[in-house]
Design a protein around this ligand. Structure first.
Ligand SMILES: Cc1cc2nc3c(=O)[nH]c(=O)nc-3n(C[C@H](O)[C@H](O)[C@H](O)COP(=O)(O)O)c2cc1C
Length: 507
């Protein structure tokens, strides 16, 4: 094969040379140049020693690499239908773009979903729908009896994504959008940057690297530092604190900041070495058992002058989680909220096995936590925030029905910024300037345009939630119960109350 390719290119080059000799026209010269270039590539490919495929199939192997690398894009642009793009299908991506840009967000002709397919979910409407303008419950008061600065929280907020994983323009647009729409923006575990301080409400996240909340010891190990934390936690923009145990996309693994994205500015904010990959430890050094955890939560609450303090986790070992909730009940001290992230959650960068095979999916995790809070009579004190591929109003309604008080969205808000799901967040090459630190690419994201889209997407989704609640004949978002959502299981239809809360009832 290799010799055949070499032979063909040599013949083509000779032929071009003959053509040029007898018909010296511009076209022929161009042809000769192209042929010469291709021949050079073929010779280079066949004598290089790095890639065996290229040695065996000079030039041709490059085409294979091209299609392999660009397969996702070709699939997305030319093959994908409305319901099968991953991780977020085209129908869901489109609704975010439409709502963010205030474009027409109706669909023509009828549903594309197979309503008789196993797994199909829906809500039942009332004969007497309400006016959605009168639906209440779009804000929920967060803060247990341990907290002195309660926070009236929108039911939809921006989930944790740090400056580092996202660009400064993305962070600014998100924060300004949150301010315009009166909802909150989670800092992510990379600390608070000037780009977070655009006037929007903040949830200040503390990860295991304690960026913005810690210092280094002499061995370079990071530890929680009261004064550093206090300085940030007391900022008026910071409304709640979230201690991150794990996230669904990589539970049991600390955060990863790829070396390419660790710019001098980010390194200065996180106090790490510029240009190196920064791996946060898998667990906290500030506590190592449930009792110490409870003491730490109270310390964080005290240092922040009584703001609500929560923990974020993806549900793993059930026994441990139950022991933790029991410890809260016994100590009569607890976090003000638990953020439950699903295994289907997003990330800037994660090991493949952690993303695909570790951590409970959101629905199972959410129901498990909710049941424990009911069992240990903590439901009134501890609110639940749920995250994991919530995009449209049905996702929000379903998660609230299953026990969540509020929803965090990460990738939906990225889409509202113009993310095209290129899935290059770990490479620093995000073509739309959302998840990159390359200044040339970051410029593509115009903050003054995208901040409004963030606000629009939030507002339109809240309205869509109210419209669904009104169609169901309910008066408040808080009235939602698991028995309001139905799923086709085999050929029968059962309520999610029966699936998750009362399985014995199922015949
Ligand atoms: C680019 C990116 C960066 C993220 N960074 C963090 C982080 O710093 N801390 C964290 O707890 N979760 C982080 N996450 C996870 C999200 O906060 C969220 O829990 C998860 O993506 C599920 O929400 P989604 O399905 O709406 O994206 C990140 C997700 C993405 C996509």
């Amino acid at each position: 094969m290799r010799n055949t390719i070499l032979f063909i290119f040599t013949i083509v080059t000779l032929l071009c040379a003959v053509l040029v000799y007898f018909i010296p026209q511009t076209g022929t010269i161009i042809l000769l140049s192209i042929s010469g270039l291709l021949t050079t590539i073929v010779i280079h490919d066949s004598i290089q020693t790095k890639h065996s495929l290229l040695r065996a199939f000079p030039l041709i192997a490059r085409l294979r690499w091209f299609f392999e690398e660009e397969r996702d894009k070709i699939q997305q642009y030319f093959i994908e239908d409305n319901l099968n793009g991953t991780p977020i299908n085209r129908e869901k991506r489109s609704i975010v773009y439409q709502r963010a840009k205030l474009e027409k967000d109706t669909v023509p002709f009828g549903t594309q979903h197979n309503v008789y397919k196993k797994g199909y979910e829906f809500v039942k409407h009332s004969l007497f729908p309400k006016d959605h303008h009168h639906i209440i419950g779009e804000r929920v008061l967060f803060g247990s009896d341990k907290c002195t600065q309660k926070y009236s929280c929108s039911i939809i907020n921006i989930s944790a994504m740090s400056f580092g994983s996202l660009s400064k323009n993305a962070i600014m647009a998100l924060n300004q959008g949150a301010k315009m729409g009166d909802f909150a923006h989670n800092t992510g575990e990379g600390g608070i940057s000037p780009y977070h301080l655009q006037g929007g409400d903040l949830f200040f996240q503390i990860g295991t690297g304690y960026f913005g909340a810690g210092k280094h010891d002499v061995n370079g190990k990071r530890f929680f530092d009261d004064e550093t934390f206090k300085e940030n936690a007391k900022r008026p923009e910071v409304k709640m604190i979230e201690i991150k145990f794990s996230q669904g996309a990589k539970p049991g693994h600390g955060g990863i900041l790829p070396a390419k994205k660790n710019t001098p500015e980010i390194a200065a904010i996180r106090k790490v070495t510029v240009g190196t990959q920064v791996d946060s430890p898998p667990s906290h050094s500030a506590f190592s058992n449930y009792d110490e955890m409870i003491v730490f939560i109270q310390k964080v609450r005290d240092l922040s002058d009584g703001k609500p303090v929560g923990i974020k986790l993806c549900v793993g070992n059930h026994k441990e989680i139950e022991e933790m909730i029991k410890a809260f009940a016994v100590a009569k001290n607890y976090p003000d909220f638990i953020s439950v992230d699903g295994g289907e959650g997003g990330t800037g960068a994660a090991p493949m096995e952690f993303t695909n095979y570790i951590g409970s999916p959101l629905i199972e995790g959410l129901v498990f936590i909710n049941q424990l809070l009911i069992q240990y009579k903590l439901k009134k004190q501890i609110k639940i925030i749920a995250s994991g591929k919530a995009v449209d109003a049905f996702d929000v309604v379903k998660l609230i029905a299953l026990g969540a008080d509020a929803i965090s969205m990460a990738r939906s808000f990225m889409l509202s910024l113009g993310c095209i799901q290129a899935r290059e967040c770990n490479l620093d090459t995000c073509p739309v300037g959302v998840a990159t630190q390359d200044n040339e690419l970051v410029k593509a994201l115009v903050v003054e345009k995208k901040n409004v889209r963030v606000k629009n997407y939030h507002n339109k989704t809240i309205t869509a939630v109210k419209e669904m609640i009104a169609a169901m004949g309910l008066g408040s978002i808080a009235d939602l119960q698991p028995n309001h959502i139905f799923r086709r299981r085999k050929e029968e239809i059962v309520s999610l109350e029966e699936v998750f809360y009362n399985p014995k009832k199922v015949g």
